[in-house]
Design a protein around this ligand. Sequence first.
Ligand code: G3I
Length: 480
Amino acid sequence: MQRCLDGDDGTLGCVSARLLVGAAVNAEVLDQQDYAEVLASEFGYVTPENVMKWGPLQATADSWDFTKADELLAFTEQHGQLVKGHALVWHVQQPDWTTGLDAPALVSAVEAHIKQTVPHFAGRLRAWDVVNEAILDGGLGIRPGLHTALGISGMADAFKWAREADPSAKLYYNDYGIELFNDKSDAVYRLIQDLLAAGAPIDGIGFQAHFSTRHYPSLEGLRANIARFADLGLTVNISELDVRTAEVPGTKAERLAAQAITYREVAAACALEEACEAVTLWGFTDAYSWVDGEFGADDPLPWDETYQKKPAHAALLLGLAGEPSLAGAELVADGGCETGTGWSGFGGATIGVVANGRTGNACRATARTEEYHGPGVSLTGKVPQGSTVSVRAYARIANAEGGRIRMILKKAEAGVADEYRELAGRVAPNADWVLLTANFTLGFATTPSELTLYVESPAIDGQLPNLLVDDMTVKILSAD
Ligand code: G3I
């Protein structure tokens, strides 16, 4: 069945002639009519949420059971949907019988698994998530256990074995928390370079995009990071998109409006970057989401529990059409720091306007005695409850060989503890300007007495370097 024959029919899968739009499928509820109808009508790309993972496929060292996976493929083939296999090498739902295997035995088990599983589905899958989540949070190296046992050469072999077993399938690396420039995405970038150098046939990378409205990549930051991985010759997928809303206080309407903006921004980033070829939601109805079990009750998906579309659905249609959320007026009077109006030294730093800015002048914080001392601007009274804010600033470390820079939002609100939210953090190599950007929803029960956006950096060899900030913009996004 050729999908979208009559063009844009108001479903997510037919908005864009270029993008694949998909959902993770809970194979255990495919027999529910509402579930099957939405899945079949809205999506052209499907990822099995669980039935193609190693544990569910290979319960014992010498037996594989493809029954459930084949039943799912029968559904997708009936509805003309493409499929991404998920996930060959992952430490979660690794078969119990692999526990305790030494590294060589584990590598052999992975090889046997790939050489048995990939041929079984050969020619029927558009892609595979070959290696999933190999890098530790914070970019602190390769994850211990399965990924470390494989190492670079073993992970490269996993890609080679998959390519050999099904030359028609696109092969992906997939991970979370790597959607923006940060320590983890930098480490994944280096991992991909190492795997490519080891001859791994990697076609693409999945940004899982498990977001919340609390804060998530701005359109600009996500686009820049997609482009960075595209420079390695990879296509990019937004591979597991869902948006939690419960972390931020507000009425349900406010939370769903903010959620809609998040979905729209992320979809638009993919639509506007040629290298991004697919957006896959991690489920599609709040009736079945991993989020509730992991984070507590929430409503992270575009359909509610009764299969009614939420504001996120309409917002996704716009985002997938390449129309990002609308940005309102600039909240910061002198974001470019030409005069320093509205800027202050957060915590006690001394602020000056210097000529060597990224463009024109910049603000420089000197005489820093604490790592949280840095250039800041006040947003107090400027951000209404439940609104979604997009922030961007360029920062660099002076008089040092570079180091880590963080953009922090401080919220002081009566009756609750002061909140310091890290919106973005990066290592600034060799005192270069780095882009710090994020979007966030601000929820509060009583109007904050202080809302300050500032930039900080830790000491380097016992010294707190001067910090420069330039070209800051802060805007409120709207859903309509
Ligand atoms: O199928 C068994 C069932 O037979 C058994 O009775 C039951 C009780 O233990 O477990 C069932 O398996 C569960 C499986 O989902 C299917 O429902 C596993 O326990 C449970 O851990 C598994 O959770 C999945 C999780 O990955 C771990 O595999 C979630 O549904 C799934 O949404 C989540 O998805 C991951 C991606 O694969 C990778 N990226 C992160 C994402 C969220 O964690």
